[in-house]
Each structure stands twice: as C-alpha cells, then as structure tokens.
Design a protein around this ligand. Structure first.
Ligand SMILES: CC(C)(COP(=O)(O)OP(=O)(O)OC[C@H]1O[C@@H](n2cnc3c(N)ncnc32)[C@H](O)[C@@H]1OP(=O)(O)O)[C@@H](O)C(=O)NCCC(=O)NCCS
Length: 168
C-alpha cells in the first residue's frame, strides 16, 4: 500500500513500539490535550480491542508522519485518535489511514464506525463527511481544556460505504 506524495512515498503499516516517540511528537503538535506515551503504549501492547497504524514516509531515513488508533467493540469500530504531522497535511494521508483502519475493522466484523470530534474542528469534520460520517449526537462541554462540545459522528453500513468510496 504505497503512493507517491511529492518526491517521497507514503506507506501505511501497523504501529510498532519503535514508532512511539515519533507518534507522540505528532500527537503533541496536533492536539491541545495530547495523549501521554503510556496511553499509546497501553493501546499498542495491552488493549486487545485496539488496532494502530502509522503513515510512514519511506526513503533513506523513514519517518512517521501520521497515526490512527481504533477500538473494535463487537461490531462497532471507534476512531480513538487520528493525526497527521502539520508539514504533511492535505496530501491525503489521513484519508489513507482511515481507509486502511476502516477496511481492516470491516473485515473483522465492524458494521458501523463512530467517533467524537470537536465542534470547531472543521478540518476533521470535512474529512469525516467525505467518508460518509454523519452527526448522530452531541456531548456538551466534553473537552476539559475549553469546554467545547463533542459531535458524535457515525458511519453506517461500513462495508457498502467503503466500497462506494473511490480509491478506498
Ligand atoms: C484532521 C487531519 C487528521 C487531516 O489530515 P490530512 O492528512 O491533512 O487529511 P487529508 O489530506 O486526507 O484530507 C482529506 C480531506 O479532508 C478535508 N480537509 C482536511 N484538512 C482540511 C483543512 N485544514 N481544511 C479544510 N478541509 C480539510 C478536505 O476535504 C481534504 O481533501 P482535499 O485536500 O482534497 O480538499 C489533520 O488536519 C490533523 O492531524 N489535525 C489535528 C488532529 C485532529 O484534529 N484529528 C482529528 C480529531 S477528531
């Protein structure tokens, strides 16, 4: 699963313990309430419901430029976190991470996908809308740092919807 982005190549692969330093760095520049490294480590090593991928820029000095974590709860996949390094945004990397994660979870039996997104996070909402996620609820004052609401988005009929998405 590779594609050229500029003069480098991005591939999506499973996260490994060696990626954690880079993943945490991306998380810290992407979120106002980043996860501590122990949270990623727990997801990677101890949570059987979790699946984790990174987007890696290949070449002589491979570099992690994005990451996604999902939880599969019976037949529902939850997007726990997704981020792309600011220098690598708008190149389709989050799209590729989401495609890979949703495809794999659908293969494992997920029939719908859910996530929470900040009400003012327009970039992420546009991304999710393109995948067919729709708002199904709201958690008032969900985010502790600024009291922002979370929108709950869901994508139904995961397998069919993914098939209809071009290039996914
Ligand atoms: C949201 C995020 C993951 C998107 O990553 P990305 O790799 O830039 O996304 P993609 O390139 O795959 O974008 C796909 C589409 O989403 C929409 N989109 C993404 N970023 C956007 C932005 N800043 N403004 C408007 N639309 C945007 C566009 O429709 C885009 O398609 P286009 O570039 O052809 O117009 C990235 O901005 C990020 O890491 N943000 C901080 C962390 C975060 O908010 N995560 C989501 C938490 S719910």
């Amino acid at each position: 699963m590779t594609e050229h982005a500029g003069d480098s190549t991005i591939r999506i692969r499973r996260m490994a313990a060696e990626d954690l330093v880079q993943v945490v760095e991306i998380d810290q520049v992407s979120f106002s309430m980043p996860w501590p490294v122990r949270s990623f480590r727990f997801q990677l090593e101890e949570n059987p419901a979790a699946a984790l991928w990174v987007a890696e820029e290949t070449g002589p000095a491979p570099k992690v430029v994005g990451a996604i974590v999902t939880w599969l709860l019976v037949d529902e996949v939850h997007i726990a976190t997704i981020s792309v390094h600011p220098d690598h945004r708008r190149k389709g990397i989050a799209t590729r991470l989401l495609c890979a994660a949703l495809q794999e979870n659908a293969r494992l039996g997920a029939v719908e996908a859910t996530l929470e997104v900040r009400e003012r996070n327009q970039a992420a909402q546009k991304l999710y809308n393109r995948f067919g996620f729709r708002q199904v609820g709201r958690r008032k004052h969900y985010y502790e740092d600024n009291g922002e609401d979370a929108l709950i988005l869901t994508m139904y009929n995961l397998q069919d919807t993914l098939q209809e998405l071009e290039g996914c």
